[in-house]
Design a protein around this ligand. Structure first.
Ligand code: AMP
Length: 257
């Protein structure tokens, strides 16, 4: 082997979003967001999900986990469904309204070049509006478990064409007491679905839940950069005014010890 070849073999080029084979409409939206390089969770999860595997991934907020499940989900629904129904093709369960809003915003942003209807069903919001939203065709439904159960029990959601069920921050959903609701929702969806579980941890109760709801899942684990910052020491200093704060800050910055 020549030296040139040896050098080439040791350089690992990071994969780009274009390498992942995503639908061009999605790729365009990702590029317009200014992202070119997938984060580690995206580089691992996107091909796994596109290949149709169930997945359990440990990834915290800040790792790019939302795009890791939204992009391949959008890729899937870029092709029309074989089933005639107006029910959702993708269902994302989140523990809080705030997270549901972030997921909906991400789906809308990355799906902006597709014909797509994203609906959020959250607790604390008026039922008549939600009923109206659910009465026309839905592609992606993002929901908190409690309110979704209400709509399921009233027969307002047809899951016959559901293709992917995603549980985001599953550990928090369980901490908040949603385990029964999550299991009941999963039971209302087709057994043929693909199931993705994202959680800060994958052990204990989460492992049990995954065993019940996922089929031969692939496992991916990434640690967020935040988790590595164990050596940071935090101190609180009281100051009199801005001039005092600036003097103290200047003093601290000069203190190389
Ligand atoms: P998340 O972990 O999903 O909460 O995402 C954290 C932040 O990273 C969000 O503000 C995203 O818009 C941003 N983000 C996601 N993927 C990428 C990427 N590949 N490159 C740069 N930023 C990204």
């Amino acid at each position: 082997m020549s030296i040139e070849n040896t050098t080439e073999a040791t350089i690992t080029t990071p994969i780009t979003f274009a390498d992942l084979g995503l639908n061009p409409a999605i790729l365009k939206a990702v590029e317009e967001s200014g992202y070119t390089i997938p984060t580690p969770i995206q580089a691992e999860a996107i091909p796994t999900i596109m290949a149709g595997h169930d997945l359990m991934a440990s990834a915290q907020t800040g790792t790019g986990k939302t795009a890791a499940f939204i992009l391949p989900s959008l890729h899937r629904i870029a092709e029309p469904s074989a089933i005639r129904s107006k029910g959702p093709r993708i269902l994302v369960l989140t523990p809080t309204r705030e997270l549901a809003q972030q997921v909906s915003d991400a789906a809308t942003k990355y799906g902006k070049n597709m014909r797509l209807k994203v609906v959020s069903i959250l607790g604390g919001m008026p039922y008549p509006l939600q009923n109206k939203l659910l009465s026309s065709p839905v592609d992606i439904l993002v929901a908190t478990p409690g309110r979704l159960i209400d709509h399921i029990e009233r027969g307002r959601i047809d899951f016959s064409r559901l293709e992917i069920l995603i549980m985001d921050e599953a550990d928090r959903m369980l901490d908040m007491g949603f385990i029964d609701d999550v299991e009941r929702i999963a039971a209302a969806t087709p057994a043929t679905r693909q199931t993705l579980l994202f959680s800060a941890t994958l052990d204990g109760v989460i492992g049990n839940l995954a065993q019940k709801l996922l089929k031969s899942p692939k496992r991916i684990s990434v640690t967020s950069s935040k988790a590595k910052h164990e050596n940071i020491e935090q101190r609180l200093m009281y100051v009199d005014d801005m001039a005092h704060k600036n003097r103290i800050l200047y003093h601290l910055l000069r203190d190389t010890e």
